[in-house]
Design a protein around this ligand. Structure first.
Ligand code: 13P
Length: 253
């Protein structure tokens, strides 16, 4: 059986209290496929997590956009996995390319964060993806395999991991990967998981696509056999996020 479709909305560093309330109202009023068909997780900035958690419909979940690599303590400015759990935040996004590039988060550091978050009971959306330069030099697969390997070496259980393939050149650029490009990398990633972790993990781990997904391109991408959902940036702040959630029905065809 195909894994359940997953749609994540990464709000990044956007929003005021009023804007956040408006987005949540739109989501709460939306008619979407049932929880059996699609899992929806939205990720507001830390400061809005309790507000969103309190207002959001109960069939949608929330995620933090990052968390610290170890237990809390003397780490000014950081938020620990334990704090997220204390607020009943079930998910966290880790290894987003914006943090990998701007804050120099290495593969090992991201993997350590994934390991710690899982060990504390969080579910993790782990992001990987190649730059334009890496794609053009033909190293896409070796880059994403290396990023995945760093994580695979540190964790044993994959039930609480969603792998988000987000090509850096497609993020926030309006340049979406073609369905064929997304399918190619997703199927290679699944093969990598099969060969290096195991057939069960390969069959059940959701591999979702991120990078300029919108209401107009989501259906064709969702129809690809190895695309198990999306991680959406810009469009997750707009009403068209509802259309992206509905693209889960492509898998029912
Ligand atoms: P965009 O959808 O704005 O390209 O961002 C994708 C992303 O980075 C999601 O994590």
């Amino acid at each position: 059986m195909a894994p359940k479709f997953f749609v994540g909305g990464n709000w990044k560093c956007n929003g005021t209290t009023e804007e956040v309330k408006k987005i949540v109202t739109t989501l709460n009023e939306a008619e979407v496929p049932s929880e059996d068909i699609v899992e929806v997780v939205v990720s507001p900035p830390f400061v809005f997590l309790p507000l969103v958690k309190g207002l959001l419909r109960s069939d949608f979940q929330v995620a933090a956009q990052n968390c610290w690599v170890r237990r809390g303590g003397a780490f000014t400015g950081e938020i620990s996995a334990e704090m997220l759990l204390n607020l009943s935040i079930p998910w966290v996004i880790l290894g987003h390319s914006e943090r990998r590039s701007l804050l120099a988060e290495s593969n090992d550091f991201v993997a350590d964060k994934v390991e710690h978050a899982l060990s504390q009971g969080l579910k993790v959306i782990a992001c990987i993806g190649e730059t334009l330069e890496q794609r053009e030099s033909g190293s896409t697969m070796s880059v994403v395999a290396c990023q995945t390997k760093a994580i695979a070496e540190k964790i044993e259980h994959w039930e609480n991991v969603v792998l988000a393939y987000e090509p850096v050149w497609a993020i926030g650029t309006g340049k979406v990967a073609t369905p064929a490009q997304a399918q190619e990398v997703h199927s290679e990633l699944r093969k990598w998981l099969r060969d290096n972790v195991g057939p069960e993990v390969a069959a059940t781990t959701r591999i979702i696509y991120g990078g300029s997904v919108n209401g107009a391109n989501c259906n064709e991408l969702a129809a690809q056999p190895d695309v198990d959902g999306f991680l959406v940036g810009g469009a997750s702040l707009k009403p068209e996020f509802v259309d992206i959630i509905k693209s889960a029905t492509e898998k029912q065809r």
